[in-house]
Each structure stands twice: as structure tokens, then as C-alpha cells.
Design a protein around this ligand. Structure first.
Ligand SMILES: [Zn+2]
Ligand SMILES: [Zn+2]
Length: 293
């Protein structure tokens, strides 16, 4: 529980992450004013090493989804940063009932597949939330808490997979930035928002190194390393959770060895969400071959 004390006014509780054995970045944040749930969704890779999810992964999925739903009932605000099923679930819209909901714009800066999913999801929500606002580039105040969203940034290194919004939550001088699916950050816009916000804690979707050399370039990895070092150098960040796409690679540590060294020099923690809450790292998807033996 050591790392959870980094911020005193912001309670940051990772609920489901790749370091827990599922695909998700679901995060609960409580301030003195409100409770916020970012990206209430969780999924599994339908195929990895040409293998389907292992029963242990299915089990973890149902445990984490139950925990997400339980935290949804305790939340005032629900946020969806983009329309991929590891970030929201259109088939259980009840969790949004009577909530303040902030959504990635369903029609602008979006690719075809996500626009289609967004429209389906909005139909499902159909008047259930207490309020519904488009998040892109907006700031919402709740007492002394501010929830700020970036302009849309690439999902990954280009627009092919669409766009996401990054989220900043601050209260009483403490701040968290949640990057959503930036896969890096390898792109300037993605890292600029984080640096401008000058957070204490960053939850970052790290470089997608399990696809290194085919769907993720060595150049993108180099840019991501340089950008994470910039975040360490140019902000007062104390803890960066490097997660999601990054934690699908058994060799994750050696991929960004340079970052760990630099962070240690600057006394910044670079860890996983599991470590942040004092839980064992349990990356299941990357170990699927071994699990099926
Ligand atoms: Zn995504
Ligand atoms: Zn994702």
C-alpha cells in the first residue's frame, strides 16, 4: 500500500489493468468532492499466439468486471475515453444510470468503427444518465475538483485506430493524468498534454512492444522512451504507472531499461498498476502459451 500514499487528497485506485491479467485501464478516483470512474470496461485478447483466452483469464475477467461495477455504484462521474470494449461495455448500460457521464465525441475525430460503436452506445444509454457531456477539450468543475480533458489525440501512433481523450483530475494541488490508449507516448500532442498538466501521478498506456518490429516500430519505441524521460524531467511527477499495451510483453522491463534508470536517478517511481496497489504482477495474456501447457 506504500505507493497509494503518493497523493493525499486524491485516492487513485486501479481496478483492472493488464498487470492484473486482463485488458483494461479502469481506474477509480475519489476526491473530497466526487468519485470518478474512468473507462469502466474490461476484455481479453480473443487470440494470442493463436490461442483463445485461458480459463484463468476468464475468471480474472469476471472478478475485475464485478469490481468495476461495484465501484460504478459508488461513483458520481463515469468517463469513457474512446469506444473500444476494454474501456466500456455497451451491453450493460445500467451502470450509467443517474450518473454524470463524460464521453469522447461520438462523431468528430473518430474512425468509422468507433463512430458506429459510439452511436450504438448512445442509443443504449437513451436518457439513463443524469447528464451527458462531450469531453473533448473540456473542463468540468465539481467543488474544488477539476476534470480536464485533452483535445483528441491519436489512439497509438496515427489516426488509423481513431482518437482518445486524455483525462486530468485535480484537487487541492494534487493531480492525476490518465493517458488512455496512446501506446507510447510517441506523438507530441499526447505528451504535451501530460507535461502541461504537470501531474503528481500518471497512468500511462506504454509502448506496444509486444508488436515491436511489425505493428509497432523501433522508432516509436525510441520516441516513447524519450517522451517518458521528458515527463520525468519537465514535471513534478512522483509516480508513473506504465501499463496496458506495454504489459502484454514478457520482456517489458528490458524494453525501457533506460527509463527505469533515469527515473531512479530522479527519484520517480516507474511501476505497474498492480504494484501501485500492492498486488502481485500477474500478466496472463503474454503467458497464455505456458498457461495452456
Ligand atoms: Zn483502445
Ligand atoms: Zn485499450
Amino acid at each position: 500500500m506504500l505507493f497509494m500514499e503518493i497523493a493525499k487528497m486524491l485516492i487513485v485506485k486501479p481496478l483492472a489493468f493488464d498487470s492484473f491479467g486482463v485488458r483494461s485501464m479502469a481506474t477509480f478516483v475519489a476526491t473530497e468532492d466526487i468519485a470518478v470512474l474512468i473507462d469502466p470496461g474490461v476484455s481479453l485478447a480473443s487470440s494470442r499466439y493463436k490461442l483463445p483466452p485461458h480459463p484463468i483469464e476468464e475468471q480474472r475477467l469476471s472478478e475485475t468486471w464485478a469490481d468495476i461495477k461495484e465501484h460504478a455504484t459508488r461513483s458520481d462521474v463515469l468517463i469513457v475515453t474512446h469506444y473500444h470494449y476494454d474501456h466500456y461495455d455497451p451491453e450493460e448500460p445500467e451502470i450509467y444510470k443517474d450518473k454524470i457521464v463524460y464521453l469522447k465525441h461520438p462523431k468528430e475525430s473518430i474512425n468509422k468503427s468507433q463512430a458506429k460503436r459510439a452511436s450504438y452506445f448512445l442509443d443504449k444509454l437513451n436518457g439513463m444518465p443524469k447528464s451527458l457531456d462531450i469531453a473533448d477539450g473540456m473542463v468540468f468543475k465539481h467543488g474544488s475538483t477539476a476534470i480536464k480533458f485533452s483535445s483528441p489525440v491519436f489512439h497509438g501512433t496515427n489516426s488509423k485506430l481513431g482518437y482518445v481523450v486524455e483525462v486530468s483530475i485535480s484537487c487541492s494541488g494534487e493531480k492525476l493524468v490518465f493517458s488512455s490508449d496512446v501506446e507510447g507516448p510517441a506523438v507530441d500532442d499526447q505528451v504535451e498534454f501530460i507535461i502541461q498538466e504537470d501531474p503528481d501521478i500518471v497512468i500511462l498506456d506504454g509502448p506496444m512492444t509486444y508488436m515491436l518490429g511489425f505493428r509497432y516500430s523501433y522508432k516509436s519505441l525510441a520516441l516513447s522512451i524519450a517522451n517518458i524521460k521528458r515527463i520525468i524531467k519537465d514535471t513534478s511527477v512522483k509516480c508513473i504507472m506504465v501499463e496496458h499495451h506495454f504489459m502484454r510483453d514478457l520482456k517489458y522491463k528490458e524494453r525501457i531499461a533506460e527509463v527505469y534508470e533515469y527515473a531512479a536517478e530522479k527519484d520517480v517511481k516507474v511501476i505497474t498498476a498492480a504494484e501501485y496497489i500492492g498486488r502481485e504482477i500477474d500478466i496472463l495474456e503474454a503467458r497464455r502459451k505456458e498457461l495452456f501447457k
